[in-house]
Design a binder for this molecule. Structure first.
Ligand SMILES: [Zn+2]
Length: 343
């Protein structure tokens, strides 16, 4: 693992930037903050209570602040550059995919979307000069609270900027009214992205019990993703696990995040999920979801899984190798606009 470096495929830009950088960015831009002391701010922009947050809505409230502070080209550039450099220096991460929703960083249309995305690409470019051993790419995220038209624009941008380092698309966000999300409305966009050579990963199966499981099935059928963000609810569902295995979908599992958001109740549940996936041949990789916000590191995730007996050292190494292999950066997913990728 040391030799090849670590791979992190699931981390949000809003959760990947250190509090001190966000604090400086907020001040530099004159953003009105509800707190005046740095340590209060640190608690505002991270999951500071070791018992976690009550639910995903509470996590969204934290994202509100980091996204607001990152809502300018200058702030996005500093954030992307800082996240890639930090991941390499602190964790030896040599394959990194950073995901963000550009439309949650343009102050409701006040800032130009292309400027926001190009700023992220500048951060990526500078980081790639400073850290030539790191392969990094950007994933643009759609949102479940957005209209299909808004999501369409995000995918169009992802395709447009694919030659410059956008490697995939994703969808996340709360479900309006808590109702099941209709993934059919983003199916045409996902197909377009795939045809343009972009990787497809979808946030699903993180929470919502029965509904979450039904959504995993629907996503597999309708959107045919390469990877799934979380997907932990598939553990124990024989049919879903068979589907995941047959389609060789790689789950991006974020143990500490799942504990902090109460998606998994305790370490025993984490262990059960991993053992079930190993026993059923479901592919997965380990990620943080956002190390700064979750107050963790990728190495801490590996240590946790080893300590609680979720995975052996060999299985951890295998999961990390899979992370490098399943990355959308380079390889089969190298951006080739308008060139369909066969599968
Ligand atoms: Zn996530």
């Amino acid at each position: 693992m040391e030799r090849q470096g670590l791979a992190e495929l699931h981390t949000h830009l809003g959760g990947s930037v250190s509090s001190d950088t966000l604090w400086s960015l907020a001040h530099r831009q004159g953003i009105a903050l509800p707190v005046k002391d740095f340590w209060d701010f640190d608690r505002l922009v991270t999951v500071s209570d070791p018992r976690g947050v009550p639910d995903l809505d509470a996590l969204d409230a934290i994202y509100h602040w980091t996204e607001l502070i990152q809502s300018s080209p200058a702030a996005v550039e500093v954030s992307v550059h800082g996240a890639i450099g930090g991941a390499y220096r602190s964790q030896g991460i040599t394959t990194l995919e950073l995901r963000f929703n550009p439309m949650k960083r343009n102050r409701g249309g006040e800032r130009d979307l292309d400027h926001i995305i190009l700023a992220a690409i500048r951060g990526l470019d500078v980081a790639s000069l400073e850290y030539p051993h790191v392969r990094a790419g950007l994933i643009l995220m759609m949102d479940r609270t957005f209209t299909p038209h808004q999501n369409e624009i995000i995918v169009e941008k992802a395709i447009r900027w694919a030659p410059r380092g956008v490697v995939g698309i994703d969808i996340a966000g709360p479900r309006p009214g808590g109702a099941r999300y209709d993934y059919a409305q983003v199916q045409p966009m996902v197909e377009e992205a795939r045809a343009a050579g972009l990787g497809v990963t979808i946030h699903v199966g993180e929470e919502g019990a029965e509904m979450g499981r039904a959504e995993i099935g629907e996503v597999l059928e309708l959107l045919r993703p390469d990877r799934i963000g979380h997907g932990i609810l598939a553990a124990g569902d024989a049919e879903l696990m068979r589907e995941l295995r047959d389609r060789e979908v790689v789950l991006e599992i974020c143990p500490t995040s799942n504990l902090l958001t109460k998606s998994l109740p305790d370490e025993e549940a984490v262990r059960d999920v991993f053992r079930t996936f190993v026993d059923n041949g479901v592919l997965f990789t380990i990620a943080t979801d956002g190390p700064e916000m979750m107050r963790t590191h990728l190495r801490d995730e590996f240590d946790l899984l080893l300590r609680i007996g979720a995975l052996t050292q060999d299985e951890l190494t295998e999961a990390n190798t899979r992370g490098h292999e399943a990355s959308f950066v380079g390889g089969a997913h190298a951006a080739q606009p308008n060139t369909p990728v066969g599968r």
